[in-house]
Design a binder for this molecule. Sequence first.
Ligand code: GDP
Ligand code: MG
Length: 184
Amino acid sequence: MAYYGDEEESQDYLFKIVLIGDSAVGKSNLLARFARNEFYPNSKSTIGVEFQTQKMDIDGREIKAQIWDTAGQERFRAVTSAYYRGAVGALVVYDISRRQTFDSVGRWLNELHTHSDMNVVTILVGNKTDLEEAREVSTAEGKLLAEAQGLFFMETSALDSSNVKAAFETVVKEIYDILRRKVF
Ligand code: GDP
Ligand code: MG
């Protein structure tokens, strides 16, 4: 029994997670906030890194989340299939203060499902809740869409940090739980 446990302990978990959504919704800043606790007030495509590996503690186990960020190519609707390849999790991000970015969610989901496994664990993320006075998409609308599409849902702010960690953790924890159910 001890051996079994030891073997299990030594397993290395690395989950590829992709950030998608329209340009300027805050994808890079969600990652910067989550991985480095940083925020960039001005949009700079140069902050876009290919991916960032973040160690996380899920149920006392160390899991590495390899989080992929676009380097601005979503502006040209040119996110390649390589970006999606092997992804087991996705954050589909819109900006609660720009309805147009919410209207694009369906297109991003289609693209995700075209290029990756149907079972990719996905959370719909309404970012920029600090801009409450400029809100164009209600929380109820976000929730409804998420329910209809079978997605997790959370509203976040990369600026004031609210729910950023929780959004990434929700995805990683679900992937881990699915894996455990398959293994045991
Ligand atoms: P991306 O194109 O989706 O990667 O978006 P960025 O992370 O580059 O952010 C685009 C712009 O929105 C930048 O000026 C950010 O400072 C700003 N931004 C990102 N997240 C938030 C947020 O939660 N609240 C506010 N007020 N601005 C944000
Ligand atoms: Mg970006």
